[in-house]
Design a protein around this ligand. Structure first.
Ligand code: CUA
Length: 367
């Protein structure tokens, strides 16, 4: 090969490589990672991207070089020279991609395994009992075992997220709060259809499937508020099935869990339901995901506007209180014109009696 050709090829390769690198670096393709797991995924992303840029630069340089140097002149009617393969070249272009693909597979497998890893490997017997606990499909706290991660039970339903902290007296919230630098295991359940949990800055998605307990490990490394997004088409309100993940200091997190313990769970105590429990129930059951209701600061638009409940009851020809109760436990009995049957889940029929009454009072009282 002539020296001039090599210089031309290298110049073209550098130009195409620089162009592709600029596209990769200057456009923010991925959000800024906020967890250790997202850092690892970022690493895989850049590992693969670097390989792709190198191959793109090589291929583009050779193509452009060939187009200009080997093109047929207008007066050239000859056939090209007959070429019958080049064993050396064929070995190289098979072996190099095979090595690169194998490297990508190994890096990805290591990252996936690490991203599922909990801080310290439990002993064999602990692992066995952990397996048993997933068989009955119940979210379990870490108990008194300091080696186990903080567990958050995540319940997905049309169209809301609910987060429960069994290690902190079953504190309950419609936003996910996590202490920074602490490894957390989310245990996900779905009450109706398949949903999928995603916080872009945490890097990973995990499905919530009815009848299964799926898991996701997160170690937040940056304070802030990030969106929680449902990324599985789950019904009319799918696009609105959003919440927030708030990463906070450990101290603030602990005092927050204490403030949450009195809320929605306090309402389960038989007949004695605190008056402020109505709002907590409204939010913890995800009503705010679909309905507008000013007293709760809710702005959902999937279902009817609950600020107009009195008008709806009049249209339905029913007294307000029984109308509200029936609309919760048997939502298809009367559907406001303009809305569809079967959109509101029937799962609220299983609300404990005291919670149901507190919710009815709350909705009735704030009309
Ligand atoms: Cu839940 Cu989409």
């Amino acid at each position: 090969m002539r020296r001039g050709s090599i210089v031309q090829l290298v110049v073209l390769g550098v130009l195409f490589g620089a162009g592709a690198a600029a596209v990769a670096l200057l456009i923010p393709w991925l959000p800024d990672p906020a967890s250790e797991q997202a850092d690892r995924i970022d690493f895989v992303f850049w590992f693969v991207t670097a390989i792709c840029i190198a191959i793109f630069a090589l291929v583009a340089a050779v193509i452009v070089y060939a187009v200009f140097n080997f093109r047929a002149r207008p007066d050239d009617d000859e056939d090209g020279p007959p070429v019958h393969g080049n064993t050396g070249l064929e070995i190289v272009w098979t072996a190099v991609p095979a090595a690169l693909v194998t490297a990508i597979a190994i890096v990805s497998a290591v990252v996936l395994a690490k991203n599922e890893q909990l801080p310290s490997a439990p002993s064999a017997s602990a692992a066995r009992s952990a397996q048993k606990s997933t068989v009955n499909g119940l979210c379990k706290s870490k108990g008194n075992d300091p080696l186990k991660p903080l567990v958050v039970c995540v319940t997905a339903q049309q169209f809301a997220w609910l987060f429960k902290y069994p290690d902190y007296g079953n504190a309950t919230s419609s936003t996910l709060r996590l202490p920074i630098h602490t490894t957390v295991q989310l245990q996900l359940q779905a009450l109706d259809v398949i949903h999928s949990f995603w916080v872009p800055q945490f890097g990973q998605k995990q499905d919530a499937v009815p009848g299964l307990l799926t898991k996701l490990v997160i170690t937040p490394k940056r304070l802030g508020t990030f969106p929680v997004i449902c990324t599985e088409l789950c019904g009319l309100g799918h696009a609105l099935m959003r919440s927030e993940a708030i990463v906070m200091d450990e101290n603030k997190f602990v005092s927050w869990t204490k403030s949450q313990q009195g809320g929605a769970t306090g309402a389960t105590g038989g007949g004695g339901v605190a008056p402020q429990a109505g709002k907590a129930l409204f939010i913890s059951n995800g009503c705010d995901g679909c309905h507008t209701f000013k007293p709760a600061g809710a702005e959902g638009t999937v279902g009817p506007d609950l600020d107009k409940l009195a008008d709806f009851a009049r249209q339905a020809g029913q007294p307000l209180e029984p109308f509200i109760r029936e609309s919760i436990v048997n939502p298809d009995a009367y559907v406001e014109p303009g809305y569809q049957k079967g959109v509101m889940p029937g799962t609220f029929a299983s609300l404990p009696q005291a919670q149901l009454e507190a919710l009815v009072k709350y909705l009735e009282g704030s009309k």
